[in-house]
Design a protein around this ligand. Sequence first.
Ligand SMILES: C[S@@+](CC[C@H](N)C(=O)[O-])C[C@H]1O[C@@H](n2cnc3c(N)ncnc32)[C@H](O)[C@@H]1O
Length: 207
Amino acid sequence: MEVILKYFDDFSATQLDQFGQLQALYSEWNEKINVISRKDTDALYTNHVLHSLSIAAVCPFNDGMRVFDIGTGGGFPGIPLAIFYPEVEFLLVDSIGKKLKVVQAVADAIGLKNVKVLHARVENIPQQEFDFAVSRAVAPLKELWQWGRPFIKKRKSTTLANGLICLKGGDLAQEISESGLRPSLWPVDDIFPEPHFKDKYVVWVGK
Ligand SMILES: C[S@@+](CC[C@H](N)C(=O)[O-])C[C@H]1O[C@@H](n2cnc3c(N)ncnc32)[C@H](O)[C@@H]1O
């Protein structure tokens, strides 16, 4: 938990309590349903919570926005972002129902009111409007954009135009070239200088 307080110092008591409960909740649930690598549960706050919050550091969301998380798995980046932005509405989508059971249980346990989960392949979700799609470790950029784009309202409502913000690692040159897109990239270790974030990027594509 200390690692997130190194970088953010204005959380409310509710947010501190919610972030603080994640360790025990994910340790308990991960024993039953594997949603994060077992070796990672000890590093939950760096590898999962802070990593998710790099999206908030790059692109501040406004109150009232709607954001969907493509392939949220156990709730990343959606759950940390929903704690961070209590006035933003989040839809967390995954095709594996048992993972969403964990997400719903965590959201209920910490009293998150701005999160809904949807068990579906993202290609099949009913048409609706969002300001941003977020995603981590799900699919190549080309596919993420094909899936997310139809749902995103075209407008500039914050410092970046509405679009897709995803977390990716490694050498992205080929993936970007195959996508035919011109995304902007921010190295996560420029935002949060922690060794775990070497070669990890926040990637934004605007609509
Ligand atoms: C490697 S996991 C990453 C989970 C989470 N985003 C994280 O970073 O911890 C990929 C997740 O994407 C989901 N997924 C893959 N393709 C999907 C699709 N087309 N629609 C919905 N979920 C999908 C999988 O079920 C899986 O839970």
